[in-house]
Design a protein around this ligand. Structure first.
Ligand code: WT7
Length: 660
């Protein structure tokens, strides 16, 4: 963690507009009285154990009941609902069929080339059981890690649920990551099996997923991975290795349509999901079964005020936590209809999202501020062409939303009538932590409003003391919650250091440090101000500056690299890299392009630097630390403020100013 990166903390927003929920919305919503919400919050605060116990019993079906709600003996390695036994797929599928909802649509899928499919709960269960049996037939056993590297097709969801059904934790790797990133994740998690596809449609191209798997295995993961299961999607020619690679459709068609759910302990692993941190390689965030099931279920129910006939659509990819919690587990655990879309809006099809909403009469829509800003830029004429009247609630996630985009979203997409839930959370938190409850809370554009019942937060300074209202500081969570991460795979020490030992605390042993800066205004509303560590957020995608630096330095021409985020009106932040070259290399536009491509190959397209600035030297302190604060100012064309007396060689600055 570099501490000179708290520039965003000073950047205080002024936004005083308040939007209460309409009577029309409130009167129909499950939670619609302020007193009701306050009572819930007080219950959770005064007696968290009873609070969580009550919900865990009323919302989740257990195969064997739990005795201990929260075990803090090894805090901060907390354990939830110990002794309890369950299977999350029972809660996501079987129980709805038992309750007479078997013919309800569970999944609507819209493909990129325009093909579509849908599955009732009964049909989805059959597919999941076939896939579960297929995995077993390939030798997957309870506890084996299965990597899923797939496009946004129903089989991605089916694969996740099949893993969960047989007790094999999944590790979903976003299909936009390169084979190099895939390899790192396979090796770190020791994944014995990979489920992938012959390719995926993305924008007007085909992404070669199977080829990427082959390269990952050829470059070192072959000693770990035993078998690869391949879904046919694009029918593009690929190579299949005898005895290692198997076609999904060939294996599945031989399988039984039933498969009993494995009995899992509450604290058995459900999945690992890699995310970027300040230092080193991405970390494998571990989530377990019982607590995660409850948190994904309850937050989905509260925040989206879900009703029996809602059609809910979250535009994330299942490769991110948003897809895990709010495309798959949260909606299905609630017996809802969840929509999955393979496409992404692009210049040749700017109305794609609105067409899907119109076609399926989507009532709840959840997307990222980056997407909203892009739509705003191309004008309201496009959404105005579509019938969006089915919408009743809108959500955003992933990055701070600027008030202009918030207002546009509400007026143009929400036709002025839909409340907006701006939901703050992280891969680590498993589910939403701060968000309005749409029937009760008056919203302010750009604020995620208040923490959910059961979540106690504070904004503190480096020493752990609460700051005054309206003052920026570090966002912390003061209590454990069921959906919290349990550890970092293979690195419990990093779990302790990154999250629990960073902020000193006097009255409690452990507080969770989020890595975000925030402030709370005089009315108690939380305003997230962005990361305070070396993590950047590009279009809602989280990247570590150090990962990108390592990728650059692994190129033969690069001596040193420093990466910073630059404010970007569309993407939130864009990536700027400062690079110094090895002696025998000279700067050229070809080299800069080659370096950008190298980062794409090493990490993936989402990490492509917008700008690479080649410089003779980088500004360093006398002890050799690169002064990123200076680079950040240079990248955004700002005056360099603050102390530069620790700079070793001030002539570097003059040279850099010319280059930047
Ligand atoms: C980081 C977590 C979990 C959702 C997808 C991203 C930023 C997330 C908001 C929001 C402002 C937000 C934070 C956080 N973030 N939601 N509503 N307002 N910032 O998950 O990849 O783990 O990234 O996304 O900086 O720390 P993630």
């Amino acid at each position: 963690m570099h501490t000179d990166n708290n520039n965003s903390i000073d950047n205080i927003l002024e936004e005083n507009r308040v939007f209460p929920p309409s009577n029309e919305f409130s009167s129909k919503s499950r939670l619609n009285k302020v007193d009701q919400l306050i009572a819930l919050k007080n219950q959770a605060k005064n007696d968290p154990i009873t609070f969580w116990k009550t919900f865990a019993n009323s919302e989740i079906d257990w195969i064997e009941p739990f005795q201990t709600v929260l075990d803090s003996k090894n805090a901060p390695f907390y354990e939830w609902f110990k002794e309890g036994k369950l299977n999350i797929t029972y809660n996501c599928l079987d129980r709805h069929i038992k309750n007479g909802r078997g013919d309800k649509i569970a999944l609507i899928w819209e493909g990129e080339p325009g093909d579509s499919r849908s599955f009732t709960y009964k049909e989805l269960l059959i597919e999941v059981c076939k896939a579960s049996n297929a995995l077993k037939s390939l030798g997957v056993e309870k506890g084996d890690l299965v990597c899923i590297y797939m496009p946004m097709i129903p089989e991605a969801m089916i694969a996740m649920l099949a893993c969960a059904r047989i007790g094999a934790p999944h590790s979903v790797v976003f299909g936009g990551f390169s084979s190099e990133s895939l390899k790192d994740r396979l090796v770190d998690g020791k994944a014995k099996f990979v489920i992938t596809a012959d390719g995926g449609f993305r924008k007007d191209k085909i992404i070669d997923l199977k080829n990427a798997v082959d390269s990952a295995l050829d470059s070192g993961a072959n000693e770990i991975v035993e078998k690869v299961l391949v879904v046919q999607r694009t029918r593009k020619e690929i190579s299949m290795k005898n005895g290692r690679d198997f076609w999904w459709h060939e294996i599945l068609k031989k399988q039984d349509h039933t498969c009993d759910p494995e009995v899992m302990k509450s604290e058995d692993r459900l999945f690992i999901l890699y995310t970027s941190g300040s230092t080193g390689k991405p970390k494998g965030v571990v989530h377990t079964t019982g607590g995660y099931n409850l948190w994904a279920h309850l937050t989905f129910k509260w925040i989206f005020d879900i009703k029996e006939d809602d059609v809910y659509w979250c535009t994330a990819d299942v490769g991110w936590i948003t897809g895990h919690s709010y495309i798959v587990y949260g909606p299905l655990s609630n017996g809802s209809t969840t929509l999955m879309y393979e496409g992404v809006p692009r210049p040749s099809n700017l109305g794609a999202f609105w067409e899907v909403i119109q076609k399926y009469k989507v009532s709840i829509f959840y997307t990222a501020p980056t997407a909203i800003r892009a739509f705003m830029k191309s004008g309201r004429e496009i959404p105005d062409l579509y019938d969006l009247t089915s919408l009743r609630l809108l959500g955003t996630v992933g990055e701070p939303i600027n008030p202009e985009a918030w207002i546009w979203y509400k007026d143009v997409i929400g036709q002025g009538k839909c409340p907006i839930v701006d939901t703050w959370w992280q891969t680590e938190t498993g589910g939403v932590m701060i968000s309005p409850l749409p029937g009760v809370v008056s919203t302010k554009p750009g604020s995620a409003t208040f923490p959910l019942p059961g979540i106690e937060i504070d904004i503190v300074n480096k020493k752990g003391y609460s700051v005054n209202s309206n003052e920026g500081g570090y966002l912390i969570v003061k209590n454990p919650w069921p959906g919290m991460m349990r550890t970092i795979h293979g690195n419990p020490d990093r779990y302790l250091k990154s999250y629990w030992n960073y902020i000193p605390c006097e009255d409690q042993n452990y507080v969770y440090f989020s890595g975000d800066g925030a402030r709370i205004d005089d009315d108690g509303y939380v305003w997230i101000m962005g990361r305070v560590d070396d993590v950047i957020n590009v279009s809602g995608h989280r990247l570590g500056t150090m990962e990108i630096e390592s990728a650059l330095v692994s190129h033969k021409s690069v001596a040193e690299a420093a990466v910073v985020g630059k404010k970007d009106n569309l993407k939130g932040e864009s990536i700027v890299a400062f690079v110094s070259l090895e002696k025998t290399y000279n700067s050229s536009s070809e080299l800069i392009e080659a370096l950008k491509q190298h980062v794409i190959d090493e990490i993936g397209i989402i990490a492509k630097p917008e700008k690479i600035i080649i410089s003779e030297a980088l500004p360093k302190t006398r002890s050799g630390k690169i002064m990123r604060r200076i680079l950040r100012s240079l990248a955004s064309g700002e005056e360099i403020s603050g102390d530069i007396s620790t700079l070793e060689d001030s002539s570097v600055l003059e040279k850099l100013r010319k280059e930047a």
